[in-house]
Design a protein around this ligand. Sequence first.
Ligand SMILES: Nc1ncnc2c1ncn2[C@@H]1O[C@H](COP(=O)(O)OP(=O)(O)OP(=O)(O)O)[C@@H](O)[C@H]1O
Ligand SMILES: [Mg+2]
Length: 467
Amino acid sequence: MRERTILLVEDEEYLRENLSEILELHGYKVLAVPSGEVAMETARKRSFNVVLTDLKLPGIGGIEVIQSIKNINPDTACIILTGFGSIESAVDAMRAGAFTYLKKPFEKSELLVTIEKAFEVHSLKEENSKLKNDLKKNHTSAIIGTSSEIQRVRDLIEKVADTDSTVLILGESGTGKELVARALHYGSSRSNKPFVPINCGAIPEDLLESELFGHEKGAFTGAIATKVGRFEAADGGTVLLDEIGDMSPGLQVKILRVLQEKEFERVGGVNPIKVDVRIVAATNQDLEKAVEEKRFRKDLFYRLNVIPVNLPPLRQRHEDIRVLLDHFIENISKRRKKSIKGVTPEAIKIFESYDWPGNIRELENLVERLMVLKDADSLINHKDLPDKIKKPGTEFKIGEVEMPNDGIDFNAVVDDFEKNLILNALKQVNGVKKKAAEYLNINRTTLIEKMKRKGIRDSLGPADSLD
Ligand SMILES: Nc1ncnc2c1ncn2[C@@H]1O[C@H](COP(=O)(O)OP(=O)(O)OP(=O)(O)O)[C@@H](O)[C@H]1O
Ligand SMILES: [Mg+2]
């Protein structure tokens, strides 16, 4: 078991020795000092689980001792010893960070119970700090990806998380904007305060103002009680203004004021309310264009755009697809308590060549759907994948027909078009005619017939007999 350490600060020698003895007899490791000065010097050199200090000391008093020890190590549990009639100072001591006080004279049993409680408080605090630290350390590890683009995003988050700078997160739908906003919050010293996401696009305009700023009782019909808005609820924490591009012009003015002055009024209220919130905004719109088109206030844009974080679409970082795939399979297996073996290389290729217009959310949803449908411990293979992702989009698009003024040769153009269709279909299925026919939804014999007529050689694929 770990040593249970106590720093005892007491100027009366008799009491100091007496208390030390009792505590040591009960297995605590006690260091007893006669003054606040010595206590502070000792606390700078080593830490203690619990501090038991007299309130009235000749030099530096007990309250100051507690304050400075808490500064050095906030997890220390402090108890103050007060003389007769000094209850008010005991209250001050509690404000300074003592968790309780003992009034002299006290019984031995009272002392021991209080000390035991102090150790409980200390270990809870320690555990809490550890969890918070883990959260902080891991705040960017939830953002998966090995591409240089995503690495750059993680680095930027590490740098700006624990500042109060406004961050504007830009990216297509499903690229992880909210995930980044959470990483910013949990990587900051605001992490034990609320993270409040507000979807500016989803709340009806007439409700948005009272939603954000709250309202006073009777401010409008239906306002039957005073309501605290999201900004107030987020005090000390972070507000994510999501879909900021969809915000009405009127509200843009009000948000600008919160950003500039850190204050606002509740709807129907007259007293300004001060809040301490960090603002993070996100949008999938091109805000600069919105500014040009006068849909979005320029001054608000500049206020928000202090630190822009650009999230590239998944199609620009194909190398992340595979790691994300593994990540989601692992996560979903845990959540659904159903594991699958993995994904066949052929299926991975298809995943990697699809464009993912819905980005990571689309990938995540598909993996979830596939895992629900598959039997436990099976492999996801290319046949399981929906046609939509199997068919490449524009890569094989057949060119447009030119229409010159002096007319075209219909038969030649159609012939050419058909030839291109067949060639591309063959290319797509590695020259396997049976598959090409399926792809084009025509008979295999029709395909072979057409190939002969158009002089398409068989050199693309395996021998006919193997088809
Ligand atoms: N890099 C990533 N690593 C792991 N999971 C991710 C990553 N990016 C996004 N996700 C996951 O994808 C889903 C969509 O992400 P998120 O909601 O943050 O996107 P968004 O950009 O806010 O989308 P929208 O514009 O549609 O609101 C979430 O479940 C999120 O956890
Ligand atoms: Mg979002």
